[in-house]
Design a protein around this ligand. Structure first.
Ligand code: MRU
Length: 379
């Protein structure tokens, strides 16, 4: 089914960001925007089937670490809602549904964080409640996760904008900044204003940013298809660039800073994000430019000491060898298609969270945030 993207025009009038409704739970069904068709078509899918949500996460119809977490939480609610058996079989059924969800994608920790929260919500009410009360509790947990992630984005945008004012105080007296971002970290990836893209949107509204360079993000083109789509709607000046051209732009002094999101951040600050992020970080370090990561605490994994412990997803070779369903490489071309890479903490200038900005040494600064917030612990 197609529909036009809902936007909060009033937000723009108030000087706030335009919002796209990427995920909505209403009348016992989940509606999500299928991102595979963007920007050519805005296709909305309605479902009451949690397995359809799993498929959407696997195929990247739903994508971006926070949005994957939100969708997984709603899928957990759909699973209980659809259960027709006796209460005695519910726990086994629900745990199995959660394990199916956990198997959808391996790298973004928000998925496991959300299913752990759904499991905990289930166990809080299980003994004393009937099935419909349990279903209500799981849905309320999903709604709470959704609402909080939207608020987190606003806080990240505020902290990130303050950081730019601090780190670029001198340049900002003369001119506005040019920023490079990778993949898509906006509304489409979070349901809120965005993480890295949220900072960019806010900083633009406050007059700090002149232009955004959007790296295409091969092979699935989240930058070229999705970030450009959002920047168009926000009327923020941008230029799309080939991933491979970023180094040349740094060399020419055309990039002041880089901001990316994250899929999982280890206790020492090592960060897994979309493949190509590490290359941008190396370029930024070589050219003495700031490299920031923006992510909510649901993306932190304090159980992992460093990035080497993060499982990196490998996806089908056809994502690389075919473009819009058309094969462009010799048949049987062997492909190595890592979906993410690890940027070592040593290449990261600051990590922007909803609880403020963490600075190196990240092991210490993140542990401090962890001490203040229990959400860093994934059990
Ligand atoms: O494979 P994707 O499109 O889910 O990858 C998304 C990214 O790598 C994003 O940068 C990350 O999830 C942060 S989204 C706020």
């Amino acid at each position: 089914m197609q529909a036009s993207v809902a936007r909060c025009k009033a937000c723009k009038a108030q000087g706030k960001s335009l919002m796209i409704q990427v995920i909505v739970f209403e009348n016992k069904r989940l509606t999500y925007l299928d991102q595979r068709f963007l920007p050519l078509k805005e296709v909305f899918v309605h479902t009451k089937d949690y397995r359809k949500v799993i498929e959407a996460i696997k195929t990247l119809a739903i994508r971006g670490a926070p949005l994957i977490g939100i969708a997984a939480a709603y899928a957990a609610a759909l699973a209980v809602q659809a259960y027709k058996g006796k209460k005695s079989g519910l726990k086994r059924y629900f745990y199995h549904a959660l394990s199916e969800l956990d198997a959808a994608r391996p790298t973004a920790v928000n998925l496991f964080w959300a299913t752990a929260r759904a499991r905990a919500a289930f166990n809080r009410v299980y003994e004393q409640s009937d099935i419909s009360t349990i279903a209500k509790a799981i849905l309320e947990e999903a709604e709470a996760i959704h609402q909080k992630e939207v608020q987190n984005c606003d806080a990240i945008a505020r902290h990130g904008t303050e950081l730019l004012r601090r780190d670029f105080a001198h340049q900002l007296l003369q001119r506005r900044l040019t920023v490079l971002t990778h993949c898509n970290t906006g509304t489409l990836a979070t349901g809120g204003i965005g993480t890295a893209l949220g900072v960019i949107k806010q900083a633009y509204l406050e007059g700090l940013i002149e232009k955004v360079f959007v790296s295409e993000t091969r092979p699935l083109l989240q930058g070229l298809r999705l970030t450009t789509f959002e920047l168009e709607k926000e009327e923020i000046p941008y230029q799309a660039i080939a991933d491979s051209s970023a180094g040349f732009l740094f060399q020419k002094g055309m990039i002041d800073l880089v901001i990316t999101g994250a899929d999982r951040i280890a206790a020492n600050g090592d960060t897994a994000n979309k493949i190509g992020t590490y290359t941008h970080a190396v370029n930024a370090a070589f050219h003495k430019r700031k490299f920031y990561v923006a992510a909510p605490l649901s993306t932190f994994d304090a159980t992992l000491s460093c990035g080497e412990e993060i499982l990196i997803e490998q996806r089908a070779g056809t994502e690389l060898t075919s473009i819009y369903g058309r094969n462009v490489a010799p048949q049987k071309t062997p492909v190595l298609n890592y979906a993410f890479d690890i940027t070592p903490a040593t290449l990261i200038s600051s990590i922007i969270t909803e609880r403020g900005v963490a600075e190196p040494d990240f092991k210490t600064s993140l542990a401090q945030i962890a001490a203040e917030t229990k959400v860093l612990h994934h059990d």
